[in-house]
Structures are given as structure tokens and as C-alpha cells.
Design a protein around this ligand. Structure first.
Ligand code: HEM
Length: 172
């Protein structure tokens, strides 16, 4: 395997880490919320915190290897690459600015953990956009409309799942 091939491999490994962590984060927050309706629990909170810590690792790996591959072989003429980069840069700050502080606050709030709807919606947008980016990378659509539609609609669906899950059974 040449150096470029190794970067593709690490890009895909980064993508796997990122997808597992953002989806795991969203599911743990939803489970945490559901359990709170019956009894307070911290197991899902610990899971959510672990997944949240893995998000920047996957994002940095995907970003670093992606930038190398673009400069080395692809160039910036491909619209799916521009949308992919912009999308990742837009959603990457969601974890450190909205989700990590909410999880830390929930950890301190013993015995009842509480993750606000805002953080759950943000988690949904992050997970949705990451899945959208994965589809973008696999389909490599041309033009700007299709790539933007793929990422934006996936982010919107994810955000709606996070928000509706937070609303379910609780007055906010
Ligand atoms: C959440 C974000 C991302 C995910 C999940 C992701 C995932 C993937 C996957 C699975 C592939 C292999 C697809 C295939 O070739 O069939 C791929 C290819 C590629 N990605 Fe990404 N990617 C992401 C973000 C980025 C970003 C931000 C860049 C550029 C800065 C980038 C650049 C590339 C390039 C250039 C390829 C083609 C590699 C080649 O086959 O030569 N990716 N990506």
C-alpha cells in the first residue's frame, strides 16, 4: 500500500470512529432521557460522555486525512468535497460547545441527571450531518444542489429526531 492508500485507510477508520461516536452519543442521550421518565440513571450518561469524547478524535482524523487527499490528488474542483469540508467545519464545534458542557452539568446534578432538549437537538444535527457526509463521500454527487440537499436534509432529520425525543413525555 502506498502513502496515499494509507491515508484513505485512516480516513475510513476516522469515518467509522466518527459515525459510531455521533450515533452512540445520540442514542445514549435518548435512552438517558427515556429512563429519566421512570427513574434517574447515570449509566447512559457515562456512555454518552464516552461517545462525546471520541467525536473530536474521529473528526480530526477524517479532516486531516481528507485535506491531505484533496491537496495530493483531487483538488478543490469537486463540489462534494467543498460541501463535505464546509459541513464538517460547521458541525464539528457542536460537540465541544453544546453537548460536552450539557453532559458535564448533568454529571454534576446528582442524583437526577438532565440533558436539555437543546443538547439533544444538537446531538441529532451532528449525527444526521455526519451520516449525510458519509453518503456524500460514497455518492460523490456533482453540482452544489445535490450535495447540499444530502447533508442539510440528513442534518434536519437528525435534529428532528433529537428534538422530538427530548419532547416525548416531558414538558420543556
Ligand atoms: C463526516 C465526514 C466524512 C466522512 C464520514 C467521510 C467518509 C469517507 C469515506 C467512507 C470515503 C470512501 C468513499 C469511497 O471512495 O467510496 C471517503 C472518501 C474521500 N473523502 Fe471523506 N469523509 C468525510 C469528510 C471528508 C472531508 C472533510 C474531506 C476533505 C477535506 C474528505 C475527503 C475525501 C476524499 C478526497 C475522498 C476520496 C478518496 C479516494 O478514494 O481517493 N472527506 N470519505
Amino acid at each position: 500500500m502506498d502513502i496515499y492508500g494509507a491515508f484513505v485507510l485512516f480516513h475510513v477508520i476516522g469515518a467509522v470512529v466518527l459515525e459510531i461516536s455521533v450515533l452512540g452519543l445520540l442514542v445514549s442521550m435518548i435512552v438517558l432521557h427515556r429512563r429519566q421518565l421512570l427513574a434517574p440513571t447515570h449509566r447512559s450518561l457515562a456512555m454518552a460522555t464516552r461517545f462525546d469524547r471520541a467525536v473530536p478524535v474521529g473528526a480530526a482524523l477524517v479532516l486531516g486525512t481528507g485535506l491531505y487527499m484533496v491537496t495530493r490528488r483531487w483538488g478543490w474542483e469537486e463540489s462534494w468535497l467543498i460541501v463535505g469540508l464546509a459541513g464538517l467545519l460547521l458541525v464539528a464545534p457542536i460537540s465541544p460547545t453544546l453537548i460536552s458542557p450539557a453532559l458535564r452539568k448533568a454529571e454534576d446534578a446528582t442524583p437526577v441527571a438532565y440533558v436539555p432538549a437543546r443538547a439533544m437537538t444538537a446531538g441529532g444535527i451532528l449525527a444526521g450531518a455526519s451520516v449525510g457526509e458519509l453518503l456524500l463521500m460514497l455518492m460523490k454527487p456533482s453540482g452544489f444542489v445535490a450535495p447540499l440537499l444530502v447533508v442539510a436534509s440528513a442534518a434536519a432529520i437528525g435534529g428532528a429526531i433529537g428534538y422530538l425525543s427530548a419532547r416525548a413525555g416531558r414538558e420543556l
